[in-house]
Design a protein around this ligand. Structure first.
Ligand SMILES: [Fe+2]
Length: 136
């Protein structure tokens, strides 16, 4: 299988439940990339984007649940990042209906850039706070 994003140790936030979910995200992005490389995106894209949206909402719920439980001081800013992502995916779902071929690379690169930036810049900020509150 072709991969667009490779998991790196530097992406780890040292919280197993969150790392596992981030790895699943990487897997979904790579599924999309693989379909694109095999030119099967027109059949696969709709399903993968639904899978992605469902997975994102589960993952954001997990993170936001930890924030609420531990009174994370940067919760509001972080939730805004998640909302931006959800809005982008919604917009892409509309674009797909109009032009799947042209939308696929846009989605792939958006996902890769968003995830790697979000993990290394935004998620890393909660690492010591959540670990300090016993989140694993
Ligand atoms: Fe996050």
């Amino acid at each position: 299988m072709e991969t667009l994003v490779k998991w790196k140790e530097e992406y780890s936030v040292n919280i197993a439940s969150i790392d596992d979910q981030h790895k699943s995200f990487v897997k979904i992005i790579n599924e999309l990339y693989d379909a694109f490389m095999r030119k099967e995106e027109e059949d696969a894209l709709g399903d993968i984007v639904v899978e992605l949206a469902d997975y994102a909402s589960l993952h954001f719920k997990t993170e936001e649940g930890y924030f609420a439980k531990t009174n994370y001081p940067e919760m509001a800013e972080h939730v805004m990042e998640h909302e931006y992502f959800i809005e982008q995916v919604k917009a892409f779902r509309n674009e797909i209906k109009m032009n799947t071929k042209a939308t696929t690379p846009k989605i792939m690169f958006f996902l890769r850039d968003w995830l790697t930036h979000h993990i290394t810049n935004i998620d890393k900020r909660y690492q010591s706070h959540l670990i300090g509150h016993g989140i694993q």
